[in-house]
Each structure stands twice: as C-alpha cells, then as structure tokens.
Design a binder for this molecule. Structure first.
Ligand code: XBP
Ligand code: MG
Length: 255
C-alpha cells in the first residue's frame, strides 16, 4: 500500500538544469573573473556528476587541470557555489523556471487523498524552497513532511544515503514509498534504498540507464496532454494519477 511519494527536484519537478543551474553557474564564473562558460552540451556531460560543488571540482580537475588551485580549494569552491546559488534563486524568483506538466495536479491529488510527500534532492535546501515559493507559493513548503537536500548526507546520489535518510525521517518502509526521478543517478539512489521508482525523463537524461525503474514516461501528463510511455505500464487514462502510482508501487521491481 503506497503511503508516500518522494519527489526528486532538478529535472523532475521542473526543468531546472539548462536554463536555471547552468546559467547561474556561468554567471558566478563571470563574476569571479573566470573565463569558464558551460554550454548546453558541456553541461549535459557534467550532469553525470551530481551536486554543484562536486561538479565544479570535476570540471576544474578534468577540463582545466592546470588551473592554479587556491590553497583552500574546498572553501574557494564553496564560495563560488554560494554565488551560483544566489544567481539561481534570483532566476527562480523572476519566474524563469515553471513546473513540469502534471506536477501541481499530482501534488494536489496526493494531498487530497492523504498521501504523504517528501523531497529528496542533491541540490541545496534554499534552492528547493526557492522553487516551491516561485511556482506553488510559500505555503507549499509545508506540504512536504521531509525536505532532504544537499549536504545533509555525506554521499550524494547515486548513493542511496539521501533516500535512506528520508525513510528514517518518515518512519516508513521502502515498499510503502514511490520515488519519482528523472535521471539514471536518481534511479540508482532510490533503488539502493530499496524504493520503487517511476522515471519522467527529459532531454538531458533520455539516454540514461533506467534499469530497475518500474516505468519510464515522458512526464506526468495532464488531461488532454497524454504522456509517452517509453517503458513499463502506461497510465490508462493518459496521465499519471494516484491510482496509477498505487498500481505501480504494487508491482514487483524489474531489471
Ligand atoms: C541534480 C543535481 C544538482 C543540480 C545543482 O539534483 O545534480 O546538483 O544540478 O544543484 P537532483 P546545486 O536531481 O537530485 O535534485 O548546485 O545546488 O548542487
Ligand atoms: Mg534529478
């Protein structure tokens, strides 16, 4: 019996990466006097590294190995990342990032049916609340019993730590939950915690390995805007609702 829906944020609640995080990283680089600029393509490759600070470090090490690293490189990266967060929050507040199809509808339905809700993400807590405020209003922050985000666990996705943390907070077994993710790293993370996963993919994640996911859909859909089913059970009426999630969660994992 499904008791809780666990939502990933970036790429799942909203297409935050290309026109949000990427732009904010580039603005922080320019502000810091760096001539780094992440194109849409380069950023796609960098997305295999989860977490903004980890992504910056990976870029320095692999794309600019001769860049003279400051003595305290962790603090320097953290400062650069904080500047990026400021730019990202401004983009959110300006309304640059809408929710993906079906997200608001499914949240409303889940709340009406008494399903519990949580957020499970790699991004920072302020980025989560910034997105919720900008798209659903400040009151929506309280819809989520747990907001598990960023550095709250030492190992980010694809490690399962953030999902294990969320299960402990919710005091629910993995089988009572369903995760909604957009990326291969997100699927690995949820599965490591034993949680069944539904994928709604996007242009950046379409080629990811989603082995073990119960179904892979184009998005959550809306009445009159049917989803495309890449893998698994298709939603009977064309869009994802709580009855579909209950049916999915009752299936045995595959792959
Ligand atoms: C996706 C990520 C995030 C963002 C950047 O997280 O990897 O790191 O790209 O966010 P998820 P920060 O899909 O789990 O939400 O710069 O705040 O780390
Ligand atoms: Mg994601």
């Amino acid at each position: 019996m499904l008791k809780a829906i666990l939502f990933d944020v970036d790429g799942t609640l909203a297409e935050t990466e290309r026109d949000g995080h990427r732009i904010a990283f580039n603005q922080a680089f320019t502000e810091a006097g760096l001539d780094w600029s992440w194109s849409v393509e380069v950023y796609g490759a960098l997305l295999s590294i989860t977490g903004g600070k980890e992504r910056i470090r990976h870029f320095m090490d692999n794309y600019h190995p001769n860049y003279p690293k400051p003595a305290d490189d962790a603090a320097w990266i953290a400062g650069l990342h904080q500047a990026k967060t400021t730019h990202y929050l401004r983009l959110l507040a300006e309304g640059a990032i809408p929710l993906r199809p079906g997200v608001r509808r499914l949240l409303d339905e889940a709340r009406a049916q008494g399903l519990r809700l949580a957020i499970v993400t790699t991004t920072t807590p302020e980025n989560v609340t910034g997105l919720l405020e900008a798209t659903l209003g400040a009151e929506s922050i309280d819809w989520f019993e747990v907001i598990a985000a960023g550095d709250i666990v030492p190992k980010k996705k694809p490690a399962g730590d953030i999902y294990v943390y969320t299960l402990a907070k919710l005091q629910l077994p993995a089988e009572a939950c369903l995760a909604i993710e957009d990326s291969g790293n997100g699927v690995l993370s949820a599965l490591e915690a034993g949680i069944p996963v539904l994928v709604t993919d996007n242009a950046y994640t379409r080629e990811d390995n989603f082995n073990g996911a119960l179904a892979v859909l184009s998005d959550l859909g809306e009445p009159g805007q049917a989803v495309h089913t890449q893998f698994g059970q298709a939603p009977a009426q064309g869009w994802v609702d709580c009855a579909y999630l209950q049916a999915l969660a009752a299936q045995k994992p595959v792959g």
